[in-house]
Design a protein around this ligand. Structure first.
Ligand SMILES: Cc1cc2nc3c(=O)[nH]c(=O)nc-3n(C[C@H](O)[C@H](O)[C@H](O)COP(=O)(O)O)c2cc1C
Length: 319
């Protein structure tokens, strides 16, 4: 999620679920081809399986960027056909591509020729005055024919004329049934549902209809929920029993990053929602906010903040 997630966040999330698949924020083909690749694409080996999400529409650039991603070690390339931001609209990528399924399919075919890892699409159910019954089927069928390995569908339209990107994540109504019908129409294609899913219990209900669930804001803002993902959805033990254990496991990574010049706050900013509704959660947040930003802040700040939270509280809450 642009401006929210990064590789530090993904390392954190990976310590809570082995089975969840992690996605980068959208990176434009232009940035990948012309920018500082090490900074944009570098990731920690613990993050696997991790997908690189691309923004773009020009087939040759998509193929080049996908290949660069594969060479960096990503496990999947995902094309963004759902982002409604103005910047993106002007650049002819993101949700506006819902109106150009043929162009998207050409890009998918080019990426499939360029890489050996799965190529997937993340889209909306439609844009503006499109009829989602037609628009989603049309896009899905074309990209599948071009070789797309799976579709992630944010189950609402993007209204490109008039709503801000933020409003476009909340205001167009959710239509989960539309995504279920897509799955029924394409039974052999993995369909992952996204949008407004706030808990693992809700995720479990969707799994009765589709193959996977993507959590965006809930995963970022309430990361403690991820501790229950492997037990509840996969019947496997979580990598760590409590959030305190997650932070203990995070320390070697943080020390390595600090030694390379990363500022503590760049990592700990992702921990704001780690403890929810448990004694000490507020003190934890305040300690990190006040001390994590200080120049030269060390990993001890995280230890001090965690010590303010009651022991064992998260094990029960996560379940
Ligand atoms: C701050 C922010 C940044 C986002 N950036 C991206 C992005 O880079 N790529 C993408 O596919 N979706 C992006 N999204 C959309 C989410 O992936 C997701 O589709 C949307 O928030 C609905 O799912 P949710 O209700 O689970 O959050 C972003 C959402 C937010 C809140």
């Amino acid at each position: 999620m642009m401006d929210w997630t990064d590789r530090h966040c993904r390392v954190f999330h990976r310590l809570m679920t082995r089975r969840g698949r992690l996605y980068t924020e959208m990176l434009t083909t232009g940035a990948i081809i012309h920018g500082d690749r090490g900074r944009l694409l570098g990731f920690d080996s613990s993050e696997h399986p991790v997908a690189l999400q691309l923004g773009g529409s020009e087939a040759r650039d998509l193929a080049t960027a996908a290949k660069i991603g594969e060479d960096f070690g990503y496990d999947e390339i995902n094309l963004n056909v759902g982002c409604p931001s103005d910047r993106v609209k002007d650049g002819r990528f993101g949700a506006c591509l819902m109106a150009e399924p043929e162009l998207v399919a050409t890009g998918i075919a080019a990426m499939k020729r360029a890489v050996n890892i799965p190529v997937t699409v993340k889209c909306r159910i439609g844009i503006d005055d499109q009829d989602p019954e037609l628009a989603l089927d049309e896009l899905a069928r074309r990209v599948v024919a071009a070789g797309a390995d799976a579709l992630i569908v944010h189950a609402r339209k993007a209204w490109l004329n008039g709503l801000s990107p933020k409003e476009n994540r909340d205001i167009p109504p959710l239509d989960y049934d539309r995504v279920y019908r897509l799955k029924a129409a394409l039974p052999d294609v993995p369909i992952i549902i996204n949008g407004g899913i706030g808990s693992l219990a809700e995720a479990g209900q969707h799994l009765g209809h589709v193959d996977g669930v993507m959590l965006g804001r809930a995963a970022y803002q309430e990361p403690w929920r991820l501790l229950a993902a492997d037990p509840e959805l996969f019947g496997e033990a979580a990598p760590h029993a409590t959030m305190k254990d997650v932070f203990a496991a995070m320390i070697p990574y943080i020390e390595r990053e600090l030694a390379h010049g990363t500022r503590l706050h760049s990592i700990t900013r992702h921990f704001v929602g780690a403890f929810h509704g448990v004694p000490g959660a507020r003190a934890f947040r305040r300690h990190l906010a006040e001390n994590g930003v200080k120049p030269g802040a060390g990993v001890n700040v995280l230890g001090e903040a965690t010590a303010l939270v009651e022991d064992g509280a998260m094990a029960s809450l996560a379940a």
